[in-house]
Design a binder for this molecule. Structure first.
Ligand code: ADP
Length: 348
């Protein structure tokens, strides 16, 4: 399959700042990979190097086996969509979409035909003759996507394409972009700091932190088995215990109780995670694993989110909305079988 993009051992420094440190990854061909991470984690630097807008200190970029590291951006044949759209304000919508084709010397009739197809795909054919400043932010983003796709790119690169839009519009466009990207089956790298965006658009996820890939996998794999306390807290809500200990009988000691656990770690210090849905209220006739004080409870529709304190540790728990909970005082709790996840401490 074509569109096999990979990066090998990329590093990039700005003065003393290590923006990327020995990053390697093979992107799934024909699929969307979301690069997710907090601000400053190196996402845009990685994308800029893939696009050819930045040169790495070391490392290489490959497409279908060819080394592109020194190929200038316009010769890579990649479609690029950035946060600020970078449209030409003095041109009409259709002229913007045609732009890349014109640069490549495609004749006028063919340009118009292909631009028309792209405007249909982006569902904005009625805006073709408007000037860019006469269309809304969401529509401008559709123009930017249509323009990137018009050249029939070998790879599509997107950097926070929805982040300038308001929340409602972002949700609508996100769903539509997901449909479009699924239909296109184009190797796509999608940078975002928004967890929901990454999980709904990306077939595969890369979680970055401090210039490194902390974990790559599907959203479900990463949610179930995070590689580090950072990833556990970044993908979904998590109660993380950096100071857990695996005992020689296989049980795991948390600061407030000892439980059987899932996951592999040799006896000794480890870190542990309990997702908010890991807890259930013990019936009166059942033994409990531990007791916790209720500090606050919020009704969130399908479930209740409850802030607890067990010993000196705060805990976040979620219960089905029908659960009968005291609004204050103490709860007797059980941890669902298999819900405690542990892992050996990451290398410092
Ligand atoms: P992200 O896209 O995840 O927010 P970036 O790739 O933009 O992260 O930045 C990674 C690190 O490199 C940050 O510490 C950032 O401040 C630094 N950085 C990025 N671009 C420059 C630059 N042009 N000059 C100096 N430092 C930079």
């Amino acid at each position: 399959m074509t569109g096999s993009l990979s990066i090998e051992n990329l590093s990039k420094h700005y003065g003393a700042t290590a923006a990327l440190q020995r990053v390697s990854h093979a992107f799934a061909p024909g699929r969307v990979t979301a690069i997710l991470g907090p601000s400053g984690s190196g996402k845009s630097t990685a994308l800029g190097i893939i696009a050819g807008l930045l040169a790495p200190d070391v490392g290489r970029v490959f497409l279908d086996g060819a080394d592109l590291t020194r190929v200038p951006p316009e010769k890579r044949g990649f479609g690029v969509v950035f946060q600020n759209y970078a449209l030409f304000p003095h041109l009409t919508v259709v002229e913007n979409v045609e732009f890349g084709l014109r640069v490549r010397g495609v004749g006028k009739a063919e340009r118009r035909r292909r631009a028309g197809e792209m405007l249909d795909l982006a569902r904005i054919p009625h805006l073709a003759e408007r000037r860019v400043h006469q269309v809304s932010g969401g529509e401008q983003q559709r123009v930017a996507v249509a323009r990137a796709l018009a050249i029939r790119p070998r790879v599509l690169l997107m950097d926070e394409p929805l982040s300038a839009l308001d929340a409602r519009l972002r949700d609508d466009l996100r769903a539509e972009l997901a449909r479009l990207l699924r239909e296109l089956a184009l190797t796509t790298v999608y940078v975002t700091h928004d967890q929901a965006e990454a999980m709904s658009l990306g077939h595969a996820l890369i979680v970055m932190n401090r210039g490194r890939i902390e974990q790559a996998g599907t959203a479900e794999e990463i949610y179930r088995a995070p590689a580090s306390p950072f990833v556990a807290g970044f993908i979904g809500a998590a109660n993380v215990f950096p100071d857990a200990e695996k005992l020689s009988d296989g049980a795991v000691r948390l600061p407030f109780a000892t439980f059987p656990a899932n996951g592999t770690s040799p006896p000794g210090p480890c870190w542990a995670m309990l997702r908010p849905e890991a807890f259930e209220v013990a019936r009166e006739d059942e033994p409990a694993d531990f007791a916790a004080r209720v500090e606050s409870a919020f009704f969130l529709g399908a479930h209740m989110r409850v802030q607890l304190r067990a010993g000196d540790r705060p805990l976040t728990a979620e219960f089905p909305a029908g659960a009968v909970l005291p609004s204050s005082g103490s709860l007797r709790l059980r941890v669902r079988p298999g819900a405690l996840y542990i892992r050996a401490n990451p290398e410092p």
